[in-house]
Design a protein around this ligand. Structure first.
Ligand SMILES: [Mg+2]
Length: 201
């Protein structure tokens, strides 16, 4: 039998999936941070701090994991993130972050797509359910994730407030899932696990 299978579309959220949101808060200048006082452990409106999205570190293991997914011949990978409506810098900061973190170091005028693992694959939306695809990797249910028509890979440790059962607590668990679906080579997952020292944990 000849297998003529189209690529499966995978959407990946950014904040607390690819991007470690709290690291942006920690790096804000103190005078700016003071405008968002901490009340009951939360800084209300911190999403709207100018420039905050440019300061964030990658979420643990995320860069290698996303690159592994983009390199699968069976997957078609996009970032699908929400940028705060009242923070214009967040929209450009997210694009710059993708330029910076997923740059391949390859420069090719004839093939600009080779310059970035996620070249022209950033979607910013408050309505994620409007995007058709097989998988959405997202730590939350907000901004349409709850109504996504494909499988929602609910990323992160178990959290009853977020109705998250903890099935996908790490990037390794996500890659293993795609491996069991036959969408990612086992050798790729093993190499990732070795590099991130999580084999046998
Ligand atoms: Mg998120």
């Amino acid at each position: 039998m000849i297998e003529n299978r189209e690529k499966e579309i995978v959407y990946i959220d950014m904040d607390n999936v690819v991007v470690d949101f709290v690291t942006g808060i920690e790096k804000l200048p103190s005078e700016l941070l003071a405008q968002f006082p901490e009340i009951d452990g939360k800084r209300k409106g911190i999403d709207d701090a100018p420039g905050i999205f440019s300061l964030m570190d990658p979420y643990p293991d995320s860069i290698d994991a996303v690159i592994a997914l983009t390199q699968s011949t069976k997957l078609d990978v996009y970032l699908l993130s929400t940028a705060p409506w009242n923070n214009p810098s967040a929209w450009s900061d997210k694009l710059k972050w993708v330029h910076d973190k997923f740059d391949t170091g390859i420069r090719d005028e004839k093939h600009p797509e080779r310059e970035n693992h996620l070249y022209k694959r950033l979607i910013l939306s408050h309505n994620k359910h409007r995007n058709a695809g097989a998988y959405l990797i997202d730590d939350r249910l907000a901004n349409g994730a709850r109504d996504f028509k494909g499988k929602h890979i609910h990323f992160g440790e178990a959290d009853p407030l977020e109705l998250r059962d903890g099935e996908f607590p790490t990037w390794l668990s996500v890659l293993q899932f795609f491996c069991t679906k036959g969408l990612l080579e086992a050798t790729v997952v093993e190499e990732f696990a070795r590099k991130h020292k999580k084999l046998g944990e």
